[in-house]
Design a protein around this ligand. Structure first.
Ligand SMILES: O=C(O)CCC(=O)C(=O)O
Ligand SMILES: [Fe+2]
Length: 231
């Protein structure tokens, strides 16, 4: 199954521009989702583990993959990047920012030059009572502006609650809440920090933070695909 066939990138870009996030069709099969969930316990696959409550990040746990990334994660990160880079570069043009390389390899080289060597893709796991406080995944000076969270658990079957929450903050306006409910294998594409929105004088940056509402029952696993590397 090719991503180019499954993701309607024009539609995704429209959704990002109009609403601020975009849901994709399933990017992983149920078997691939199960395979990734099964990897959570494989200590050797990860470079670090974060117990969220210790940092007041929420309730739950996540683990950053170490290099070399599992083939499934590396494949997804590599294939999703070029179409996202085209969107990111249209945004960069509107905001007067520098363009991003067309391929992931180029982005990772630029990250290395900025001292960002460590892979940022991660697996997250929330049990009952789990949640994730609103945040932004910035890991250094070099930030690729879009990221993807892939749902590895089946909503209403494996867990209840646990919606993907986004809050948009515009200058001089009250914050706008949004909720996404990706199904098994579906991805949510969203801005890491901000996106361009048309204003009286061209475009302005609108900030976005993301998090997860409380998991009411069961276990919720997500693959976080972040394209820039971390310091
Ligand atoms: O668990 C989620 O849906 C959000 C995960 C997250 O914060 C991320 O992918 O950066
Ligand atoms: Fe995040």
């Amino acid at each position: 199954m090719s991503l180019r066939e499954t993701v309607d990138w024009a539609r995704a870009e429209q959704d990002l521009d109009r609403v601020g996030f975009a849901l994709t069709p399933p990017l992983l099969s149920p078997g691939e989702c199960a395979e990734l969930i099964g990897m959570y316990g494989a200590d050797g696959a990860f470079r670090s583990t974060v117990v969220m409550a210790r940092h007041t990040f929420g309730e739950g746990e996540y683990r950053y993959f170490r290099d070399p990334l599992p083939a499934l994660v590396r494949g997804l990160r590599t294939r999703l990047y070029p179409p996202l880079a085209r969107i990111a570069n249209r945004w960069a043009g509107r905001l007067g920012e520098e363009a991003f390389p067309g391929e992931l390899e180029g982005l990772l080289e630029a990250c290395a030059a900025a001292g960002q060597h460590r892979p940022a893709p991660l697996l997250l796991r929330y049990g009952p009572g789990g949640y994730n406080r609103l945040h932004q995944d910035v890991y250094g000076d070099l930030t690729f502006p879009l990221q993807v969270a892939v749902m590895l658990s089946a909503p209403e079957v494996d867990f209840t609650g646990g919606e993907s929450v986004f809050v948009e903050q515009r200058p001089r306006a009250q914050s706008r809440p949004m909720v996404a409910r990706p199904g098994l294998g579906q991805g949510v594409i969203f801005p890491v920090r901000h996106r361009p929105v048309r204003s009286a004088r061209g475009f302005t940056r609108v900030a976005m933070r993301h998090g997860v509402s409380e998991v009411l029952s069961g276990d919720r696993h997500v693959l976080g695909v972040i394209f820039h590397n971390a310091r």
